[in-house]
Design a protein around this ligand. Structure first.
Ligand code: MG
Length: 390
């Protein structure tokens, strides 16, 4: 049987590791064509050996020798630097690219893969936040299928398979609410990163877990949904659902609502994307509805979580503003993870950067890269002031 040849960008991150777990359970279906990592050389080496990868890229060139020395006798080709990632994803041996790098850095390789017409399993939501219309236009032009990996968007994608092409009226995007859902605002203001990193439902990487605590992640997902499913932001209803059993819903003109449910386990949407359009068994337990008992729903609190409101403001203004929001957020979350700024400084810095950036109404890719660089630097300046040199 033909094996699907997979390239995993960011294989040592949370989504990358869970993708490899899906591959490990379905070895007869997949061959690993390419693994890439930013810095985690040791894990990359172990993954390459376990999965007998054909190629690996370590983006940090200082670690090239270490990776190369470990793998060169094993018939695994080793490359270094981001440009190698962009080159190798276009190989005709690659069938599907799992875009699971964190942050804006995923944009260039994702575009390279789209231009080569590859199927994209898209986990890197920041690419759609910063440049959604560019990504979607290129995907159409180069016939590159985009299959969402984000659990909410996978849910909507799966629901849409049952829509028979009928128009949808609204999307209900569920949010677990993060670790601070029941906290008071003055308590959240003093939250440490250890508290913010304790997500109640999902096992994810540090950056997205902080984004979940601020609810910036849900804001990103509103923008992601707008581009993936071509809907207006005002037709996307964010609803807090702490049990995280319903992964999102679509509503039709006649009031009927379709929901997709499952355990909060990223391996489900990952495997769905890797195997699409087939479904394969996945042993992560069955939903026990009687055991769950109740599903609850709440309005999101934009006072306590201003980042969510900022995302609606960004997508309503459009142009390069969502890109500016993303760049400022990346800088601020990194500073929060270094204990340099407080929890609400993140959304304050993002807001200041969004208001301060020169507006570009119809940005091309170069404008997007420039906005990202300019705003990232600006955010770092503000962080230095706020942190008092910490
Ligand atoms: Mg999500």
């Amino acid at each position: 049987m033909y094996k699907r040849h997979i390239a995993i960008l960011g294989s040592t991150g949370s989504i990358g590791r869970q993708t490899l777990d899906v591959v490990r359970r379905n070895k007869e279906l997949f061959e690993i064509e390419l693994l890439t990592a930013n810095n985690s050389s040791e894990l990359l080496i172990n993954q390459a050996l376990e999965f007998d990868a054909n190629n690996v890229v370590i983006c940090n060139k200082d670690k090239y020798k270490e990776v190369s020395d470990a793998l060169q006798d094993k018939g695994i080709k080793v490359f270094a630097g981001m440009q190698s990632v962009c080159d190798l994803v276009t190989s005709e041996r690659v069938d599907m690219v799992v875009a699971s790098m964190v942050g804006f850095s995923g944009l260039a390789p994702t575009i390279a893969a789209i231009k080569a017409g590859k199927a994209i399993a898209l986990a890197n939501k920041e690419t759609l936040v910063a440049a959604g219309w560019i990504i979607m236009n290129l995907a159409e032009k180069y016939h590159a299928a985009i299959i969402p990996v984000d659990s909410e968007h996978s849910a909507i994608f799966q629901c849409l398979l049952g829509a028979q092409g009928n128009k949808i009226k609204r999307i209900h995007l569920t949010a677990s609410g993060g670790p601070f859902r029941t906290w008071k605002k003055d308590e959240i203001a003093l939250a440490t990163k250890q508290q913010a990193l304790k997500h109640p439902q999902w096992n994810m990487g540090d950056k997205i877990t902080i984004d979940s605590a601020t609810m910036m992640n849900k804001g990103f997902e509103v923008i992601e949904a707008k581009w993936l499913f071509d809907c207006r932001p005002e037709d996307i209803n964010v609803i807090v659902h702490p049990e995280a059993i319903i992964h999102s819903m679509i509503e039709f003109d006649d009031g009927a609502v379709l929901a997709q449910m499952g355990h909060p386990d990223m391996r489900e949407p990952i495997q769905f994307a890797l195997c699409f359009p087939d479904r394969k068994p996945l042993d992560i337990g069955k939903l026990d509805f009687a055991g769950i008992g109740n599903l609850s729903f709440f309005e999101p609190d934009m006072e306590k979580f201003p980042a969510l409101a900022l995302a609606f403001k960004a997508i309503t203004r459009g142009g390069n503003i969502p890109c500016a929001m993303n760049a400022a957020n990346e800088a601020a979350v990194a500073a929060y993870l270094q204990d340099r700024i407080g929890f609400y400084d993140i959304s304050d810095i993002v807001n200041e950067c969004m208001d301060g950036v020169d507006f570009v109404g119809d940005p091309g890719l170069e404008d997007i890269f420039e906005t990202n660089d300019t705003v990232y630097s600006k955010a770092k300046e503000i962080i230095s002031k706020v942190s008092g040199g910490r």
